[in-house]
Design a binder for this molecule. Structure first.
Ligand SMILES: O=C[C@H](O)[C@H](O)[C@H](O)COP(=O)(O)O
Length: 249
């Protein structure tokens, strides 16, 4: 299989997962919108339902890109405010393990993604087959870092075995990449994570490290596509077909 074909197939899987996720959305819901290519498929499909008058929902997005997309599609948006809680957040992931622990932040949106996932009654992950792994850590762990603190954060993260690399701008390799909050991003190459929760605790003690991309115990279910079919995964449970399955969060 050529890399391009591979990418096309994975993109089809992302669309299938996004389509299946629509079953989770009900009239009147407040929905958190994720970021990335898989979440973008979901936002487009959701936008079609809203435009057709088939769903009345309100949403908040986890990035400027997703917010712009939602606005273009006519999805009503709600600004962050005290007491705002989401019925459902639908988001992609860079990796998910059988316990539905995640690595996120490949697109730099980890901070807002974690804020919305935490403020949601239900987080649903949508993913192509390449994202499901036995153990997290092949994908470099993203961190969001305040610029001033960068040198010390790099030292502290290196001391945890993270081999940190500052992320560069996709369009200009001589410039740093910045998050929507104006912070820097670091990618950490730990290899397989033997104890993600211990690592998460260590990272939280580093001043200037705003957030890490480990999402532990946040996802309630995942829709992962295998051989063209969406399957529902839950922590420690056997996969279920998503075809004859609809769940109210
Ligand atoms: O910061 C980006 C997010 O965590 C994405 O959800 C993640 O990188 C997966 O993106 P994609 O759906 O494009 O693979």
């Amino acid at each position: 299989m050529t890399p391009t074909k591979d990418k096309e197939l994975l993109d089809q899987e992302k669309q299938v997962a996004a389509q299946a996720a629509l079953r989770w959305v009900r009239d009147g819901m407040l929905v958190g919108l994720g970021t990335g290519s898989t979440a973008a498929h979901f936002i487009k499909l959701l936008g079609q339902k809203v435009q057709a008058g088939e769903l009345r929902i309100q949403a908040t997005a986890t990035s400027v890109a997703s917010e712009n997309l939602a606005r273009q599609l006519g999805i009503p948006l709600v600004e962050p405010h005290r007491g705002l809680r989401f019925d459902l957040t639908v988001d992609g992931a860079d990796e998910l393990d059988p316990q539905l622990n995640l690595i996120k932040g490949g697109g730099g949106a980890l901070l807002r993604e974690k804020v919305l996932a935490t403020a949601s009654a239900y987080m649903l992950v949508i993913a192509d087959s390449s994202k499901a792994v036995a153990q997290l850590g092949q994908f470099p762990l993203p961190l969001e870092v305040v610029s001033f603190a960068l040198p010390w954060v790099m030292d502290a993260v290196a001391a945890t075995g993270g081999n940190p690399v500052v992320r560069m701008d996709k369009n200009d390799p001589n410039k740093y990449a910045y998050s929507d909050q104006g912070n820097l991003l670091i990618d950490c190459h730990y290899g397989h994570l033997l104890n993600p929760s211990e690592l998460a605790k260590q990272l939280k003690t580093i001043p200037g490290l705003v957030e890490h991309g480990l999402f532990l115990g946040l996802a309630r279910a995942a829709l992962v596509v295998r051989e063209g079919q969406a399957q529902v995964l839950r922590a420690g449970a056997a996969p279920q077909p998503a075809t004859d399955f609809a769940e109210l969060p």
